[in-house]
Write a protein that binds this ligand. Sequence first.
Ligand SMILES: C[S@@+](CC[C@H](N)C(=O)[O-])C[C@H]1O[C@@H](n2cnc3c(N)ncnc32)[C@H](O)[C@@H]1O
Length: 259
Amino acid sequence: MRRVLVIGIGMGDPAALTFRAVEAINQADVFFFLDKGEAAGELIGLREAILRAHRREPWRAVTAPSPKRGTAGGYRAGVKAWHDARAALFAGLIDQEIAEGGVGAFLVWGDPMLYDSTLRVLEAARGHGIDFEIAVIPGITAVQALCAAHAIPLNGIGEPVEVTTGRRVTAGTPEAPAFVVLLDDGSGLAALMARGWEGHVWWGAYLGTADERLLAGRLTEVGEAILAARAEARARKGWIMDVWLARPLPAAGASFETL
Ligand SMILES: C[S@@+](CC[C@H](N)C(=O)[O-])C[C@H]1O[C@@H](n2cnc3c(N)ncnc32)[C@H](O)[C@@H]1O
């Protein structure tokens, strides 16, 4: 039976991988790199740096251009067609590049359980008539890296947290007492500002890399600075990955200290 290791590599810092991830890196016969466009060169470079740091022997890597997500038929139809195309690609890679009894590995940004389709796409790849085992090795997510960088807890005491996307925040303000927003192109934050939302935000870009940027404060005071910093960084580097945590101002009589 072939094995596919789905290894969470955190935010690209070789020092932030788990020992299990390092072990898995040393078990793989082949690594699959997907070229996803704008940030691809740099993100593949960060993966290679991780292999240089942790792989004890020379490695073999196969780089494939990732199919692009189309917009035909709306967002969900676009995602479905994109996943189907990736499933066919993954099935081909596994079939052609992993020998029977061999081990292939995907190095997944952060952790594979959070806003990442690798596991769903691998499941769909089984539909192409090939059989393989999957093992997942967890990694540090952008959410953990954000909280660590700001030295803050994610949740208030006994409180829920909503993990959501910029697209959803653009459509409406989450009601949870804390919400963390990934995949925002700036529109989600701008929408909160336009609605006059009152609360505190903790923002981080390129977490765990040499370009890390952090800003925090009341949205009314730091919102413009965050949007300017993200626009400047995006223009300079050509891509950006940022994440933010938001908490509405505490009700009268409460304070953040009680959170
Ligand atoms: C497709 S999701 C992948 C999330 C990833 N699986 C994880 O565990 O964090 C990509 C989003 O994660 C966040 N992200 C990933 N890497 C980041 C980083 N180094 N700094 C800030 N945000 C990051 C951004 O919100 C980005 O839009």
